[in-house]
Design a protein around this ligand. Structure first.
Ligand code: G1P
Length: 297
């Protein structure tokens, strides 16, 4: 049995250039699906999985993200005075305990592995740590990270979330080389970041990780990998080279790539339809617009 995972790293230093001009003045993690910022989905998932300490790896221009987690006292008292308890509950749901959040800066964009490495001093060297990429929004019950924590309690080692993607898309992902397929859990014999050709499988790494403490040590090498960046995938692959175990969990749930415009729009539709108060009206609208598009074709 491995030790409880209570810390999570959120690499949020990226510039979000794919969403310019929106990201000219707001961090992409503050962009909203319906009415919740991407970061809130990530935090809610982490909390559901028992995470108690949240480590943000930020960069210049991410001030709005830090402010987002401050308690909004004035707003809270206005809502309280107005008897708006439902809104008050929503607002309070975003509050974080004092000291539960830590911010470290990544001074230079040197890749995901480097971003995670920036948090190394905040994670004791005998503790596993979770990593959540906010671009990957996953609708699942139980939430993806909780599924992973439960699976990891059995397997130990390092675990990544994984799902099948079309072979031609593997070049956009970390890809697992499978040693043993046990159904929901696969044991890896290797991992390759964004293979240009001959992907070892069609099992892609999705942005949820539980890292053994040694992965952060592997990152000390600061070795350049795919795209000239320091890759988390390579530090995880080193685990296998050094005789430690790495697993992939085929999670149950739907993943949306909110780092792309199409994925973001799909997520907006899916999360909109999940809302009782929106579903009927939104569905009517979608049906209408689809028939209009069809008629125009
Ligand atoms: C990152 C990781 C990659 C992983 C992907 C999942 O890539 O480096 O291994 O498959 O996230 O979304 P990025 O999409 O940031 O280029």
């Amino acid at each position: 049995m491995s030790r409880k995972v209570t810390k999570a790293i959120f690499p949020v230093a990226g510039l979000g250039t794919r969403f310019l001009p929106a990201t000219k003045s707001i961090p992409k993690e503050i962009m909203t699906l319906v009415d919740r910022p991407l970061i809130q989905y990530a935090i809610d998932e982490a909390r559901a999985a028992g995470i108690e300490e949240f480590i943000f790896v930020t960069s210049r221009g991410k001030g709005a993200l830090e402010d987002y987690f401050d308690h909004a006292h004035e707003l809270e008292s206005t809502l309280k005075r107005g008897g708006k308890t439902d809104l008050l509950d929503i607002l309070r749901g975003t509050n974080m305990d004092s000291g539960a959040i830590a911010y470290v800066r990544q001074h230079k964009a040197m890749g995901l592995g480097h971003a995670v490495w920036c948090a190394r001093r905040l994670v004791p060297d005998n503790e596993s740590v979770a990593v959540i990429l906010t671009d990957d929004v996953i609708m699942g019950e139980p939430p993806c990270l909780q599924q992973m924590i439960e699976a990891h309690a059995e397997t130990g080692g390092t675990m990544v979330a994984t799902m099948e993607v079309p072979l031609e898309k593997t070049k956009s992902y970390g890809v697992l080389d499978v040693a043993e397929d046990m159904g929901a859990i696969v044991k890896a014999r290797g991992l390759v970041e964004k293979p240009k050709e001959n992907p070892p499988s069609n099992l892609a790494v999705i942005g949820r990780y539980i890292l053994a403490p040694t992965v952060l040590q592997n990152l000390n090498k600061l070795r350049e990998g795919a795209g000239g960046e320091i890759q988390l995938t390579d530090a995880i692959a080193d685990e296998i080279t050094e005789g430690r175990e790495v697993f992939g969990l085929r999670f149950r749930g739907q993943r949306y790539d909110c780092g792309s415009k199409a994925g973001f729009l799909q997520a907006t539709v899916a999360f909109g339809l999940e809302r009782d108060e929106l579903r009927e009206e939104f569905l009517d609208y979608l049906n209408e617009i689809v028939s209009m598009q069809r008629a125009a074709e």
